[in-house]
Design a protein around this ligand. Structure first.
Ligand SMILES: Nc1nc2c(ncn2[C@@H]2O[C@H](COP(=O)(O)OP(=O)(O)O)[C@@H](O)[C@H]2O)c(=O)[nH]1
Ligand SMILES: [Mg+2]
Length: 257
């Protein structure tokens, strides 16, 4: 289905059919599916990260970067209306379509798919990543779709405008609904305090105390666009390393029993 939203990337949008189907899955499946999603590697991944630990170790011995394989990652972009979620999602996915300055509220969600390759997971270890970025509407009238958004989510990017006052309560709502109540760790969440060009100043704002362990980055696309991309890649690395660490621990405990 093509986007009718001039803000949107026409590559792929969710259909209501997809949302409905996902809506019907039982909540108990959420955590299992989330892990399986990362575990479901492409053939390339199966070759490089599962079968050949021998090759991996020999690469490590030679001091070459080791490619851990291809990971599929679903990231939600949420936050208040008009905070810049669509603008940043378009930038991260290299979508060329722009709105020409007019605000076009996102209807429900747009799903942008792109690859980020060569993400450094830890020194000497890299991964390729197929990203599904869900640019969600900030309008609570779409909250009936939220269960579909939650499903299989690996990470949450919360975007807000620090120059609009009294954002604390709204930020907490997004954090509670999309991170805490879904059993995600704080390391699976990042906040962009996004400064828009019309902003009066660049005062650094603080997150509410309940979110003190969540990383917050000050972003400004017009002045420091690369920081936005770098921080997003660092976030992907953290999401993937959370999973690979867990997998390594499971492998170790199997070997020790
Ligand atoms: N030039 C520029 N405009 C921005 C930026 N962030 C937001 N805007 C404008 O602010 C409005 C709301 O942005 P949008 O991404 O659609 O907000 P959303 O509701 O959070 O998806 C749009 O008219 C954008 O053009 C930015 O970094 N640069
Ligand atoms: Mg939007």
């Amino acid at each position: 289905m093509e986007s009718k939203n001039p803000n949107g990337n026409p590559r792929r949008l969710s259909t209501s059919g997809r949302l409905n189907r996902e809506d019907q899955r039982r909540p108990s499946e959420v955590n299992r599916n989330r892990d399986e999603r990362l575990r479901r590697p492409s053939d390339e991944n199966r070759r490089s990260s599962r079968d050949p630990p021998i090759r991996r170790r020999s690469e490590e011995r030679k001091g070459r970067p080791v490619l851990l394989g291809m990971f599929k990652v679903k990231i939600l972009v949420v936050g208040p209306c008009q905070s810049g979620k669509t603008v940043i999602s378009n930038y991260l996915s290299d979508a060329t379509e722009t709105s020409g300055g007019d605000y076009n509220p996102t209807q429900g969600v747009r799903i942008l798919e792109f690859e980020c390759n060569g993400i450094e997971i830890s020194p000497g270890k890299t991964a390729n990543c197929e990203v599904e970025l869900w640019d969600c509407s900030g309008n609570h009238k779409f909250s009936t779709c939220w269960p579909a958004f939650h499903k299989d989510t690996n990470g949450v990017l919360i975007i807000y405008n620090p120059n609009t006052g009294n954002h604390d309560k709204e930020l907490e709502t997004w954090y509670t609904q999309f991170v805490q109540s879904q059993g995600l760790k704080d390391s699976q969440c990042i906040v962009f305090a996004h400064h828009q060009p019309s902003a009066p100043d660049l005062t650094k704002s603080h997150l509410p105390s309940s979110m003190s362990r969540v990383k917050c980055v000050q972003t400004n696309l017009d002045e420091e666009a690369e920081i936005v991309r770098d921080e997003f890649h660092n976030f992907l690395a953290k999401v993937i390393s959370n999973w690979t660490d867990k997998r390594d621990q499971e492998e170790l405990s199997i070997m020790n029993t």
